[in-house]
Ligand binder design. Sequence first.
Ligand SMILES: C[S@@+](CC[C@H](N)C(=O)[O-])C[C@H]1O[C@@H](n2cnc3c(N)ncnc32)[C@H](O)[C@@H]1O
Length: 294
Amino acid sequence: MEHIPVLLTEVLAGLNLRSGLTVVDCTLGGGGHAAAIARSVGARGRVIAFDQDPCAREYARQALTQNTNIELIQENFCSLAGALAARQINSADGFLFDLGVSSFQLDDPARGFSWRQDCALDMRMDPANPLTAAEIVNQYSQTALADIIYQYGEERQARRVARNICLARAKTQITSSGQLKAIILRSVSGSYAARTAAISRVFQALRIAVNQELAILDAALSAAAGLLRPGGRIAVISFHSLEDRIVKNTFRRLKTQGVLELVAKKPLTAGAAERENNPRARSAKLRLGAKNAG
Ligand SMILES: C[S@@+](CC[C@H](N)C(=O)[O-])C[C@H]1O[C@@H](n2cnc3c(N)ncnc32)[C@H](O)[C@@H]1O
């Protein structure tokens, strides 16, 4: 499925784009946002795009063919400041974080992100990451598994799921999403819809743990805010409450410290038409901050 950039109009307006600006897209993905930002800042402007997934370059290639003012950096945005400094970039006019996985990653069975396809339990955005979902499921203690499922998936029946994972893996290694899905389905109670939602939550929890998605977010947002030029904007799109809570709290702290102003108190969400056309947009929340003039 094509990756449709979420809340694109709101992001372009929120970043206050104009010709000649330098903008860092911290999550290139399929390049939809980056290409539109590149058009807005024009040939005199510059877009620097990060993605830890080497495939993003490939995914983004088509979207980016028209744009010569985009530079790609294949790194985790947790090293934002260092990677930019290494390229003599010490400030920027805008930063975008569009968190989570892209449709291209979700749809590729070899990446193991989706429980809807039977695939190997991988879930790494960066293939050089030594930790896979299979490693967590087969090696972590029952307590550690339950904590991950509870904290990162907000799954109330986390202890039962963790216990059943440990019982199952004592008989045979759990290597596929199909095996894990079957374990979750027999661990949780409720309607089929409720049990399916539990599968989503457990898979989300494993993905967050594999990629350490929440652990790096506060520091990365703070680094971006530090690199923003006065009046510059930072835009963050999150897709679940755990992410949004971190964004909200980090923005509040940066406001208290006099670094950022909140552009709006409440996050922006997609309108009816976008929600209809793009299922990913339904859970998206966009928060915007503006760097204080100093
Ligand atoms: C939701 S997609 C971005 C989609 C993009 N905005 C577009 O319009 O196509 C998120 C992308 O960010 C990347 N990503 C997520 N966390 C990252 C991190 N910590 N460092 C670098 N890239 C990351 C993922 O690999 C994925 O390609």
